[in-house]
Design a protein around this ligand. Structure first.
Ligand SMILES: NC(=O)C1=CN([C@@H]2O[C@H](COP(=O)(O)OP(=O)(O)OC[C@H]3O[C@@H](n4cnc5c(N)ncnc54)[C@H](OP(=O)(O)O)[C@@H]3O)[C@@H](O)[C@H]2O)[C@@H](O)CC1
Ligand SMILES: [K+]
Length: 497
């Protein structure tokens, strides 16, 4: 159930289902019934319900829900934004059935304001342009009301593919969607408008997903758990990999230590900080279980990495930008090891991103890069400026660079070069704190050291980082994250057993 379908993919799911013999009217009946059930489980008989319908099939679902709820004895009023005689197909039929018993009314703002529940059935997958006029007024009235708002499929005004607000949008408490959730339920700002998202089964068979080629997922343990193995009795630390984190100069060593601590905590067998000679004393005096080695420049790093048991490198946090960093990144990418590129390792390639991508091309070991929006725009200026959905930005960058791209933010997107994409939704607001990104790159570095594939390691890393932030709670500083990972791992291990 982790697949997320864009509105056009969902339209294809509908079409395939209808072609296989289930009439659209049956799908609409089931969708409307699911909405009615969502209202009825939350509200006792007697609560006043207003259903606000739009001109398409989303409105059609609203007509069905209104009829079911009225049939159960709720006081229901139905308001149509648009003209009843312009309704078409299944929606027109659903409207006709409603009209046999009760009227279709124009928008009555006072009634919307006074309702205990408002069902928002204005627009769903067919939203085609920004809302204005009466539709925008209806949204304003719904948002101004006191009652609970239950959105049908999507909060009206939210783009189901991108999560963007098209002019204005309904703020829902609950959204009832069908078959699978949509990217717009999780990409910001859509996530903040959707409230709790419920998925209703309307009889679409999961095998349509193969035909559609669904490649976007919600980031959750089901996506990667089978690739993660808790330590085994028969194992020893060497089978869990040896991660190296490259430290910056004496004044900026903390980032590497945060990453190293996280790599060890997530389960890498051994972790070494590769320290410039003049920072050795600083690093050594702060580290215990993490080892430290004095490494001078790119050449020194090459010497350390000649030992191929050191199978993963995290490079970038606190490193400083410039040709020296470019040289070290080249060294790290030239050999049989997994690599996590973050922060200054990314920014240092702003003048020659193609050179970086050429080094990544054809590698058999994973490369994961973890840019925030600013770093992303330095490496992929055209993709950043193209006005694409966040999922497409990350996907195109992954395809171009050959790396797994973790495009960070409150709705981090993880994309693989083969087109798989995951949207993360578990990061609490207080996770955006100094050093948090360094911890993330260390977690991912630890997971690739353990042998996880790049996409799964990146997705699990982002999820575990969010879960640790949630457990640590408000007031979190980056140092709290690695300790909080213990609870996260314990729960995952219990789940996996
Ligand atoms: N297909 C199925 O079998 C099933 C579909 N299901 C349901 O159908 C929904 C999708 O239905 P849909 O495709 O009819 O689109 P919908 O969201 O109702 O909007 C289209 C209408 O709105 C109009 N319009 C658009 N933007 C506008 C704007 N800014 N301002 C004003 N008008 C605007 C647009 O007009 P037009 O662009 O043609 O001028 C058109 O009239 C889906 O979300 C789910 O709820 C379920 O029943 C399960 C089975
Ligand atoms: K809606």
């Amino acid at each position: 159930m982790l697949e997320l379908l864009t509105p056009s993919e969902m339209g294809e799911a509908d079409r395939l289902t209808i072609a296989a013999g289930t009439p659209g009217a049956v799908l609409m009946d089931r969708a409307g019934l699911a909405v009615a059930d969502a209202v009825a489980t939350r509200h006792p008989l007697g609560h006043r319900i207003v259903v606000v319908c739009g001109p398409g099939n989303n409105g059609g679902d609203g007509f069905v829900a209104a009829r079911v709820l009225a049939g159960r004895g709720y006081p229901v009023r139905l308001m149509l934004v648009g003209e009843a005689d312009r309704l078409k197909g299944d929606a027109a039929d659903a409207a006709a059935r409603w009209r046999q018993r009760l009227p279709i009314e124009p928008l009555d703002k006072a009634a919307v304001a006074a309702a205990d529940v408002v069902v928002d059935a204005l627009f769903g997958a067919g939203l085609a342009r920004p809302l204005d006029g009466e539709a925008a007024e209806a949204v304003a009235a719904i948002n101004a009301g006191r009652g609970e708002v239950v959105a049908v499929d999507l909060p009206s005004g939210i783009n189901g593919e991108t999560g963007a607000v098209m002019g204005v949008a309904v703020k829902a408490d609950v959204t009832v969607t069908f078959f699978r959730r949509k990217p717009g339920h999780f990409l910001l700002p859509g996530r903040e408008y959707a409230g709790r998202v419920r998925v209703a089964d309307i009889g679409i068979q999961p095998d349509v997903l193969t035909t559609i080629g669904a490649r976007c997922f919600l980031n959750a343990p089901g996506l990667w758990r089978e690739h993660w193995h808790p330590p085994a009795v028969s194992g020893h630390k060497y089978v869990r990999g040896h991660a190296v984190v490259v430290s910056g100069p004496v004044a900026t060593t903390g980032a590497a230590r945060l990453a190293a601590g996280a790599a060890l905590r997530i389960g890498a067998g051994l972790v070494t900080v590769a320290s410039p000679p003049d920072a050795l004393i600083v690093n050594a005096s702060h580290l215990t279980a993490v080892m430290v080695r004095s490494v001078d420049g790119a050449e020194g790093l090459a010497g350390l990495l000649a030992d191929h048991r050191l199978n993963a490198v995290v490079i970038g946090p606190g490193l400083g930008t410039g040709p020296e960093t470019v040289a070290r990144v080249a060294t790290v990418l030239d050999g049989p090891r997994a690599v996590v590129l973050d922060a200054d390792a990314l920014t240092s390639h702003r003048d020659d991103p193609a050179g970086l991508f050429a080094r990544i091309a054809g590698r058999s070991h994973p490369v994961v890069m973890t840019p925030h929006d600013g770093e992303f725009a330095r490496l992929f200026p055209d993709i950043a400026a193209a006005g694409l959905p966040k999922t497409d930005r990350a996907r195109q960058a992954a395809a171009r660079s050959g790396a797994v791209v973790v495009l960070k933010g409150a709705d981090t997107v993880i994309a693989a070069p083969d087109g798989r994409t995951a949207i993360n939704d578990n990061a609490p607001p207080w996770l955006a704190t100094a050093g948090s990104g360094d911890v993330l790159s260390g977690i991912i570095g630890g997971l690739v050291a353990e042998g996880m594939p790049g996409f799964e390691a990146a997705a699990m890393g982002v999820w575990a980082h969010g879960a640790a932030g949630e457990r640590a709670g408000i007031g979190l500083i980056a140092e709290d994250l690695a300790p909080a990972l213990r609870d996260v791992l314990r729960a995952l291990a219990a789940d996996a057993s």
